[in-house]
Ligand binder design. Structure first.
Ligand SMILES: C[S@@+](CC[C@H](N)C(=O)[O-])C[C@H]1O[C@@H](n2cnc3c(N)ncnc32)[C@H](O)[C@@H]1O
Length: 295
């Protein structure tokens, strides 16, 4: 076994996360969304959560930090003759990753993109594995989900619970319907604060998103997502009143015609109890009858 503290040149997959953070020369700064994973067992498990049939030939990591997860992902891509791209916003850590993994960079196994994951062009990745910066995890997730690739992402546990919730559950909302529109979403591991340094204020969870087509059809995806968002602003109202009251958000000029045409059973329910397929049926009716305009 390689001495994991030896630095650049060590075999991939067994670097000591504490030693990496020390060598990076700067402590992680929570104000910059930096909480480094330091639990070896969690780090070892995360890449294995990719679906068995995932194409791992070009992995993407967002927020490489001091490189503990980068190291594990390099081991995975090296075994597959693939490559890894890492997007890191903080120049200190981007430089550190290039130095620490200089051999991988030279061998074409790794490229480090210094920039904001919300702005930079995404490389043509086949799957993404990341311990996300929690301040922008929602924006990053909804940048990645439409790409239709397998994702294994660490989120705040409360956010993860909302992603996977089903109709009728208290955590079910716009986030659940939107995420599940793109993928089968499941929590594969809950991660305690103690696995990080510095520790975040909240518990975390690893979520696997396996892309799949939804079991319903929508003619206009942007309208569907806007309609779902609009109805959940009135989650405690009946669907009838939620449709009536939120036309200005979803862009419906004539919500009353939607209410007139919809099933009474559907109208009596509440947005928090509607399955994604029921939202889709109502959104299609709204497109036909409600005179939608661009918002
Ligand atoms: C939670 S830390 C994870 C670090 C490392 N992957 C680990 O697991 O220990 C998040 C990382 O994302 C970086 N980051 C924060 N905001 C970012 C953004 N908008 N785009 C890219 N990276 C970002 C931070 O500098 C930090 O290195």
């Amino acid at each position: 076994m390689t001495d994991s503290s030896t630095g650049a040149g060590a075999a991939y997959g067994d670097r000591d996360p504490d030693a990496l953070a020390r060598r990076a020369g700067e402590r992680a700064n929570p104000d910059r969304d930096q909480h480094f994973l330091v639990d070896d067992r969690v780090l070892d498990r995360i890449p294995a959560y990719l679906p068995d049939d995932a194409d791992a030939s070009h992995l993407l990591e967002i927020g490489g930090g001091a490189g503990a997860l980068t190291d594990r992902l390099l081991a995975a891509v090296a075994a597959e003759n693939g490559r890894l791209s890492v997007i890191e916003r903080d120049g200190v850590f981007a430089d550190f990753l290039r130095e620490e993994f200089a051999t991988a960079v030279d061998d074409g196994l790794l490229d480090v993109i210094e920039g904001d994951a919300l702005d930079v062009d995404l490389p043509p990745f086949t799957a993404c594995v990341a311990n996300l910066p929690y301040g922008v995890s929602s924006e990053i997730a909804f940048r990645l989900l439409p790409e239709g690739k397998p994702l294994v992402l660490m989120f705040q546990a409360e956010f993860a619970d909302r992603m996977v919730a089903s109709a009728g559950e208290s955590e079910y909302g716009r986030l659940s319907v939107s995420a599940q529109h793109y993928a089968a979403v499941e929590i594969v591991e809950r991660v305690p604060k103690e696995a990080f340094d510095p520790q975040p204020a909240v518990e975390s969870a690893v979520v696997r998103c396996t892309p799949r087509d939804p079991e319903y059809e929508v003619g206009d995806e942007a309208f569907f997502l806007r309609f779902v968002k609009a109805l959940f602003t009135q989650r405690r109202k009946t669907v009838r009143n939620a449709v009536r009251n939120t036309g200005h958000i979803s862009g419906l000029d004539d919500p009353e015609s939607v209410v007139d045409a919809a099933d009474e059973d559907l109208l009596r329910r509440r947005p928090g109890d509607l399955e994604p397929s029921a939202f889709a049926a109502l959104a299609e009716l709204a497109r036909e009858r409600g005179s939608p305009t661009e918002v």
